[in-house]
Design a protein around this ligand. Structure first.
Ligand SMILES: [Zn+2]
Ligand SMILES: [Zn+2]
Length: 116
């Protein structure tokens, strides 16, 4: 499943650590933004994605508003499916699917909230 809500940061290659300077050092922009005197300019936090390794497109803000409702809907649908298939020979598969779905949804939901 793709996560269209987050794009890998092009500046740090999704690592959250800037290595765009010479010999793997952080670039001038990130050094300047981090502004830690005396610290070696290596492995500094990426100033573009703030170390997340991913950036949010603007559409995510709108998406974050409907995400909780949407997430609940999907969770209930998954639970409903599991309920519907109770006793069925495919029940374990459906349950595994539902659990995975709920896990990724809640994971996304709380990750989105934390970025707030
Ligand atoms: Zn980055
Ligand atoms: Zn940089």
């Amino acid at each position: 499943m793709q996560t269209p809500d987050f794009l890998p940061c092009a500046h740090c290659g999704g690592t959250g650590t800037c290595r765009n300077g010479n010999a793997g050092d952080s670039c001038a922009v990130c050094i300047k933004k981090n502004k830690i005197e005396g610290q070696a300019p290596t492995g500094l936090v990426c100033s573009v994605c703030l170390g997340y390794g991913a950036i949010e497109p603007r559409t995510v803000r709108l998406r974050n508003l409907i995400a909780p409702v949407f997430a609940l809907l999907i969770v209930y649908t998954a639970l409903g499916l599991a309920w519907f298939f109770a006793g069925d020979e495919h029940f374990t598969e459906v349950l595994a699917f539902a659990a995975t779905l709920i896990g990724s949804i809640t994971g996304y939901y709380f990750a989105g909230r934390n970025k707030g």
